[in-house]
Ligand binder design. Structure first.
Ligand code: FAD
Length: 616
């Protein structure tokens, strides 16, 4: 094959036009329209609705807002993708009987979530986004990256691409690896960590099918007027059992097509039991008959098995201008649909670093270093979220408490942190990295408690993270502690993240006390470890309260939203003008009557229809 040197030098070469690569390209181009981007992928601009169906269909608040707001795709998502109404959770009342959804205990989303999210048909989404990117100016190279020469510092990097007809050598200032599990940079730089010893014990695999034309009434007939104001079907439905959980995600609104899959933990449920379609179906027939019947009622589109789902990277953003994002960087477990959230945080950081470096900003390298640490820290907390899942997933009581506690942090800290763009504030990032570390330690202590209670077969009752009648003061985990949605505090650093953190800590302490009391009684409340944990959360609350004070002083003269303020300012000169402007219709009428057209005057009905047509 001839070797061709590409004459163009790109600002950024993105290897891989999947979810992460395409979103990265669009984000960069929206932030800097004249940026020179090459997108490389062996798949063409047309994506097959079967071969290119990928896993990762469900989004939660952060990724959904990123797609809708930051990438400007809200209308597209409404028109072409699938609405999502939160996460539902189901545990069998008895593992022996799982025929219908009534055989499960539930946490149903009971109302419209305040922040909209979506389910995504990945082949369609990627095909559409690739076309949008090309129209916006990205250069798409339909080929496979076969090598990359990463150079130190700001020297140009070289990417070698094999297309159908030639081998191309492309020069780029920045190289983004978004080629998924090909790990182009990960392998080149020895950047990857696999195995439970590097992943807080996580040792999971995934097995899934896509099935269309299902009889969805086998899941639910949609009639539940006393319990919820939103759809049960258009949610991510989670089913639990010993050492595994399953997702059920609708990926279209026309053909009743579902993605149904399982994350399993090898220590409880080994690969050999679920690594083929036949075995998965046999497992479902025995353990989740409702899902088995659902799949049997339709036509199976595809099946996949991944024996090793989880891995992570040692570095996300290098001083040598390479970056890893998406599956090329890390993934842990599909629970809570964190994949696209991890991608969101990484993309926004990469954009900031690349633009700062291209503009030769003095703090560009500090940005790179701090964002790298922050993103690794966030990845680590996500990894920690799945610690000891293998022992607890099937326990409805424990998992309901676990989900409730983890939601306190998600809605109380991570969602506001993201919306306020605090992950791009360098000082805030520096401090938060330390908090991430403390948070993981706190969770691990609690997960130990959960293990103990699971072994003792304790029943702590059932917490429903959507309800407001279980902790104190009518708290529900989705509660916002700042008026950021009402007052559109979407500009960077306008949202009071400190107030959110302070309140989240308060309810976390309330939860901790209730949990230790219910699980372990007085001894539990008085144990030094519990007191230490409460003290740590309390110190975080004090830190947040001080932060809030400083924040309020610093922002006291700033409007919540500049555009609203500008309009209000402009409105001060507004006067109501009680007049109507002549419409085109009237103009035409006047013209025709002044021309004195005999034929029109003869028949008014005809004339108005002629005028209307000409206006229309
Ligand atoms: C079981 C499971 C379920 C999941 N479910 C969810 C979920 O519900 N929600 C969620 O947010 N996340 C989920 N995730 C995470 C999800 O996988 C990722 O969010 C997402 O798919 C990653 O996309 P990506 O673009 O990094 O990789 P991919 O989508 O794999 O894209 C990689 C691209 O690189 C291209 N490529 C490959 N080799 C080369 C090469 N040599 N040169 C150039 N290009 C190349 C490929 O053709 C492809 O287009 C799940 C993960 C697992 C394991």
């Amino acid at each position: 094959m001839p070797l061709t040197q590409c004459t163009e030098t790109y600002d950024v070469v993105i290897m891989g036009a999947g979810f992460a690569g395409l979103c990265q390209a669009r984000h960069l181009m929206l932030k800097r329209p004249n940026i020179k981007i090459a997108l490389v992928d062996p798949r063409s601009t047309e994506r097959s609705p079967i071969k290119d169906l990928k896993i990762g269909e469900s989004t939660v608040e952060v990724a959904a807002l990123f797609l809708a707001k930051e990438l400007g795709l809200y209308d597209y998502l409404v028109e072409k993708q699938v609405p999502k109404f939160g996460l539902n959770f189901h545990w069998p009342k008895s593992p022996k009987n799982t025929q219908t959804i009534d055989d499960y205990y539930h946490i149903w989303t009971n109302r419209q979530p305040e922040i909209a999210s979506f389910q995504i048909d990945r082949s369609e989404f990627e095909q559409d986004l690739l076309k949008m990117n090309i129209e916006q100016g990205a250069h798409f190279i339909n080929g496979r990256v076969i090598d990359v020469d990463l150079t130190p510092g700001d020297k140009l990097n070289q990417v070698k691409v094999r297309t159908q007809h030639e081998t191309l050598e492309i020069k780029a200032k920045h190289v983004v690896d978004a080629a998924g599990r090909k790990f182009i940079i990960g392998r080149k730089t020895d950047n990857l960590l696999f195995g439970p010893e590097n992943l807080y014990g996580l040792n999971n695999g995934a097995s899934w099918v896509r099935v269309k034309d299902v009889d969805r009434n086998l899941f639910h007939d949609g009639y539940d007027p006393d319990n919820s104001s939103v759809s049960h079907y258009y949610a991510t439905n989670h089913y639990f059992g010993h050492g595994h959980w399953l997702w059920m995600i609708p990926i279209d609104t026309e053909n009743n097509q579902l993605s149904i899959g399982m994350m399993h933990h090898h220590d409880v449920l080994p690969a050999k039991k679920v690594n083929t379609q036949e075995k998965l179906m046999a497992f479902l027939k025995a353990n989740h008959t409702v899902l088995y019947n659902l799949i049997q009622s339709g036509e199976t589109v595809d099946f996949h098995y991944w024996p090793r789902a989880a891995h992570k990277s040692k570095k996300m953003f290098s001083e040598d201008n390479w970056y890893v994002v998406g599956d090329s960087a890390c993934i842990f477990d599909a629970f809570y649909s964190q994949g696209s959230t991890l991608i969101t945080f990484a993309i926004e950081s990469i954009t900031e670093i690349v633009l700062a470096k291209l503009a030769q900003e003095p703090d560009a390298e500090r940005k790179r270093e701090v964002y790298n640490r922050f993103t690794l820290g966030y990845n680590d907390t996500v990894n920690a979220l799945y610690h000891d899942h293998s022992k607890q997933l099937g326990n409805a009581s424990i998992m309901s408490w676990r989900i409730y506690f983890e939601y306190i942090w998600w809605f109380g800290v991570i969602v506001p942190l993201y919306i306020g763009k605090w992950h791009l504030d360098l000082d805030f990032c520096e401090r938060t990295v330390k908090i991430f570390d403390g948070l993981s330690k706190l969770w691990f202590d609690i997960y130990d408690n959960f293990n103990q209670l699971t072994e003792n077969k304790a029943n702590l009752g059932f917490l429903d993270c959507y309800r407001a009648d279980q902790l104190i003061f009518g708290y529900t985990t989705a509660k916002h502690f700042d008026d950021f949605t009402q007052n559109a505090k979407y500009e960077p650093f306008r949202l009071n993240v400190f107030g959110s953190l302070k309140n989240a800590c308060f309810y976390a302490i309330a939860w901790l006390i209730m949990f230790r009391w219910k699980g372990f009684g007085w001894r539990g409340l008085l144990s030094p470890k519990h007191i230490k944990n409460v003290a740590w959360v309390f110190s975080l609350m004090v830190f947040a309260a001080l932060g809030e004070l400083v924040f309020k002083i610093k922002t006291r003269h700033l409007p919540d939203n500049t555009e609203t303020e500008r309009m209000r300012e402009e409105f001060k000169t507004y006067h109501y003008i009680p007049e109507l402007q002549p419409s085109i219709f009237e103009d035409l009428k006047q013209e025709s009557s002044s021309a004195g057209s005999q034929s029109i005057n003869k028949d008014n009905k005809d004339s108005s229809s002629v005028e209307l047509q000409s206006v229309g």
